[in-house]
Design a binder for this molecule. Structure first.
Ligand code: ADP
Ligand code: MG
Length: 697
C-alpha cells in the first residue's frame, strides 16, 4: 500500500494512543504534521567540552555519567522543588537542575525517573559556575549511547512537550522517512522553478532538516520549505485582490447631522492624528470601492473614538455596524464606551458574547435582523450562524492580529460587501504588512492625546519588592489604583488560576494588607470578569491582581501604577502592552518590573522598557533582540500558520515567491489551467480557511 502522508500519526510504529495525545499538543495529528515538525534550532554536538573547562554563562554540551538523582526542596521558597541530577565525566561533576511546583508530584517523579544511574548522557545548555560547583538549569539531554550518532554531529532540537523527549521524536521521524512518507508528499512546485531558484525537492529538503549534514544545506532546505509556503500565500493574496477589484461596495452618504452631533458632543478634542485618520475613513466609506483599512496606533492613542466615528457614519447612511473584539473584557469595555457616546444620539447599541443570556440573545438576533439594533459589539460570538443582519454596512475588528483573516471574513459575509476596518496596537513592519496584508490600506495614529505623561518605568530585583509595594501603597493613598501582573507559572490553565489566586492571597496577607484587592484570570466566567473589572473601574477596588488577560485594551484611566512580577517571562511587546494599561490620564503613572533575571537578552529587554515608551521603538528592539520569528509568531499575530515560524528571516524568499505568484496569476487569474491545479489544491488544503477562499472557488 502506498503511504498517505495525511494519515493519522498513529500509523507510525511507536505511536499509540498515549503518544499521539502528546504529539497532538505539539500540533502533530498526521504523519505529514510530524514530517513538518521543524527543529527550533540545531545543537552542535561536535563540540563537547570537559566539565572542568566549562565557563560561567556559556552554552555547552558535555557527555557525563549519572551518579545520582535527587529531589530537594528549595530553601528560598517551599512551594518549589527541584530535581538535581549529578553527572560526572571524571574531570568534574555537573548538576543538571529542573524546578517544579512542589505539588506537581507526578512531573517531579517523571523527570527524576528519566535518568538511570551509571548511564551516560549528553547534556546541553547554559552553564552556571559558582566557585567549584557547576550546574546547568534545564539542559536538553539524551542518552549518549542511544545517540551514538549524535556525538560529533549536528543534531536537530525539536519543540517538546512534557513526556516526549528529543530522541523519541527523532526516532519517530526516522520511522516516517523509512516508511516512505516523505517521498509521498505532494510537491506542487514545478521542477523548473526549483531549478531557477536553486532549491531542492521537498522530500530532500525535509531529509536535510531532520538529518542534517551541513549548515549551508540546512539553510537551503528551510528556504525551500519557506518558498512553497510563501508561494501559496502570495497566490492566495492575488486571488483575494482579484475578487476585491471586481466587487462593488457601499457608497456611504456624506457626514450629516448625526455625525456632526457625534463629533460635537465628544468629551475631548480630537488629536490631529485622529482627525487625519477620520478623514481617510470618510473618503473610503463614501467611495464605492469597498473599504479595507488597517489602523495602527500605539496603546492609548485613542483608536476607539475613531471606530465610533465610522459606526455613526454607517448608521447615518442607513446601515448597521459591528465591532468585534478578541476578549470578553475588551468587548464589554467597548460596549460601555459606545453606549455612553451613542445613547444621547439615539443610536441603539447592543452587546453579544458567550455569556449573553438566551433570551437577550434572541432579542438581539431579531433586532439585528429587522434593523432595530444599529450597532452590535461582541467577541467572536458575532460570527455565529444565528447572527444575521438586515443591512450590515461596516465591520470593525479590534486588535485584529488576534483574529485570522478567515474569522474577519466570516463577519464580512454577513453583509453585502460591507466596509472593513481593522485596528491594531501592534506595529507591524512595513515589509511584512505589505506582503501579508497586501490588500489593506494603512492609517497610523502617531500621536497621543494631550497631557499624557510618559510612564516612569523602573526595574527592581525581587529583594526590593517590599519597597516597590510600599510605593504602590502610597500611590493608592494619593488616590490612584494599581495592577499587579503575575505570569503563568506553567503552561496549563489550572496553574494559571492557582498562581494568580495564590499570589493575590499572599499579597493580601503581606504587602497589600488592608487594601481592597480583586483578582482576574482566564478561567473566570464572563460575568465574574465583568464584575471585577467594573468594580475596579468604579474605584471599589484598589488593586487588580491579574494574569495577562488585561493585556489588550483595558482602559481604567485612574489606574496609575502597574507592577509586573517575573517580568523576564514576558516578551518586550507584551510588556509594552501591559504598561499601556497605565498612563491613560494626565496623572503621572508608574510601571515597576520585578525580575532577578541576569541573562544578557533579558537585561537588554528590561533596559529597553526603562528607556523608551515608544511602541515602534519597542517593536524594533524586540525584533533585534529575539529575531522576528517569535514576535511575529503566528499565534500572536493572526498570521497564517506557516511551517517556517520566522517569516521575516525569509523576506528575500517572500519576494521571489511574490514574483512567481504574480506571473502565475497574470496568466491564469483563477488558477484553472491543469499545470496549476496542484498549487490550487494545496493552497486550499493549507490556507483555504485562513484566506476564506470558499467564495472564490
Ligand atoms: P487605544 O488606542 O489604546 O484603544 P482608547 O481608544 O482606549 O485607546 O483611548 C485611551 C483613552 O484616551 C480613553 O480613556 C479615551 O477616552 C481617551 N482619549 C481618546 N482620544 C482622546 C483625545 N483626543 N483627548 C483626550 N482623551 C482621549
Ligand atoms: Mg483599544
Amino acid at each position: 500500500m502506498n503511504p498517505v502522508p495525511d494519515s493519522p500519526v498513529q500509523y507510525i510504529k511507536g505511536v499509540g494512543p498515549a503518544r499521539s495525545r502528546l504529539l497532538a499538543k505539539l500540533g502533530v495529528h498526521t504523519v505529514e504534521d510530524l514530517l513538518f515538525l521543524l527543529p527550533r534550532r540545531y545543537e552542535d554536538y561536535s563540540a563537547t567540552k570537559r566539565i572542568s573547562d566549562l565557563i560561567d554563562g556559556e552554552r555547552a554540551t558535555v557527555v557525563a555519567t549519572v551518579v545520582s538523582t535527587q529531589v530537594v526542596h528549595s530553601r528560598r521558597d517551599r512551594r518549589l522543588s527541584l530535581v538535581v541530577v549529578r553527572a560526572s565525566d571524571l574531570s568534574g561533576i555537573l548538576e543538571a537542575k529542573w524546578f517544579f511546583m512542589s505539588r506537581d508530584k507526578q512531573w517531579i517523579e517523571r523527570k527524576a525517573s528519566e535518568f538511570v544511574e551509571g548511564r551516560s548522557y549528553l547534556f546541553s545548555g547554559t552553564v552556571k559556575r559558582e566557585g567549584q560547583s557547576v550546574s546547568m538549569p534545564r539542559p536538553s539531554y539524551e542518552p549518549a549511547e542511544g545517540a551514538r550518532d549524535s556525538a560529533g554531529r549536528i543534531v536537530p532540537v525539536y519543540p517538546l512537550t512534557e513526556g516526549l523527549s528529543q530522541w523519541q521524536l527523532r526516532h519517530l521521524i526516522e520511522n516516517a522517512f523509512s516508511l516512505g512518507y516523505a517521498d509521498a508528499l505532494v510537491d506542487p512546485v514545478k521542477p523548473e522553478l526549483l531549478a531557477r531558484y536553486g532549491l531542492p525537492r521537498k522530500a530532500e529538503a525535509l531529509h536535510e532538516i531532520h538529518f542534517p549534514t551541513d549548515a549551508q544545506k540546512i539553510k537551503k532546505a528551510f528556504r525551500r520549505i519557506a518558498f512553497e509556503e510563501f508561494l501559496l500565500l502570495q497566490i492566495g493574496l492575488a486571488l483575494k485582490r482579484h475578487a476585491r477589484q471586481t466587487s462593488r461596495g457601499i457608497p456611504h452618504s456624506p457626514d450629516g447631522d448625526l455625525v456632526r452631533g457625534f463629533l460635537s458632543q465628544l468629551p475631548f478634542k480630537l488629536t490631529k492624528a485622529q482627525s487625519r485618520v477620520i478623514d481617510e475613513i470618510r473618503a473610503d466609506m463614501e467611495s464605492e470601492m469597498p473599504m479595507n483599512r488597517l489602523i495602527q496606533g500605539d496603546v492609548g492613542s485613542g483608536k476607539t473614538v475613531v471606530a465610533a466615528y465610522a459606526l455613526v457614519k454607517a448608521v447615518e447612511s442607513g446601515y448597521q455596524g459591528a465591532l468585534m473584539a478578541p476578549t470578553e473584557v475588551l468587548a464589554a469595555q467597548h460596549f460601555n464606551t459606545l453606549e455612553s457616546l451613542f445613547s444621547p444620539l439615539g443610536i441603539a447599541v447592543r452587546e453579544l458574547r458567550g455569556g449573553t443570556s438566551k433570551s437577550e440573545r434572541e432579542e438581539i438576533y431579531s433586532g439585528l435582523q429587522d434593523g432595530r439594533v444599529s450597532v452590535v459589539v461582541g467577541t467572536h460570538a458575532l460570527i455565529q450562524e444565528r447572527v444575521e443582519f438586515g443591512r450590515l454596512g461596516l465591520v470593525i475588528t479590534d486588535e485584529q492580529h488576534r483574529f485570522g483573516v478567515g474569522q474577519r471574513a466570516f463577519l464580512q459575509k454577513k453583509g453585502e460587501c460591507p466596509d472593513v476596518l481593522v485596528m491594531t496596537a501592534t506595529p507591524i513592519p512595513r515589509t511584512l504588512a505589505m506582503t501579508l496584508y497586501g490588500d489593506l490600506d494603512v492609517s497610523v495614529i502617531d500621536e497621543l492625546p494631550p497631557g499624557r505623561k510618559p510612564v516612569v518605568t523602573r526595574w527592581v530585583r525581587a529583594s526590593s519588592r517590599r519597597r516597590a509595594y510600599e510605593f504602590l501603597r502610597k500611590e493608592i493613598e494619593r488616590g490612584g489604583q494599581a495592577y499587579v501582573i503575575c505570569p503563568l507559572v506553567e503552561e496549563s490553565e489550572v496553574m494559571d488560576l492557582k498562581s494568580v489566586v495564590v499570589e493575590a492571597e499572599e499579597l493580601e496577607r503581606t504587602f497589600l494588607s488592608g487594601l481592597r484587592i480583586g483578582s482576574l484570570h482566564g478561567r473566570m466566567t464572563s460575568a465574574q470578569k465583568d464584575r471585577v473589572i467594573r468594580e475596579f473601574a468604579e474605584g471599589e477596588l484598589d488593586v487588580l491582581v491579574s494574569t495577562t488577560v488585561v493585556e489588550v485594551g483595558v482602559d481604567v484611566p485612574n489606574a496609575s501604577i502597574i507592577v509586573i512580577e517575573n517580568a523576564e517571562r514576558f516578551g518586550l511587546s507584551q510588556l509594552h502592552q501591559l504598561r499601556g494599561r497605565v498612563g491613560r490620564s494626565a496623572r503621572q503613572s508608574y510601571c515597576i518590573l520585578v525580575s532577578n533575571a541576569s541573562s544578557e537578552e533579558t537585561v537588554a529587554r528590561l533596559n529597553a522598557m526603562t528607556s523608551t515608551n515608544d511602541g515602534f521603538e519597542i517593536a524594533e528592539e524586540d525584533l533585534r533582540l529575539r529575531g522576528p520569528g517569535e514576535i511575529f509568531g503566528t499565534r500572536q499575530h493572526g498570521l497564517p500558520d506557516t511551517r517556517v515560524a520566522n517569516i521575516l528571516r525569509y523576506m528575500g524568499v517572500m519576494k521571489e515567491a511574490r514574483e512567481v505568484a504574480s506571473s502565475i496569476c497574470r496568466e491564469d487569474p483563477m488558477l484553472q489551467q491543469d499545470e496549476h491545479r496542484p498549487l490550487k489544491t494545496e493552497l486550499n488544503r493549507r490556507f483555504g480557511e485562513w484566506f476564506d477562499l470558499s467564495a472564490i472557488g
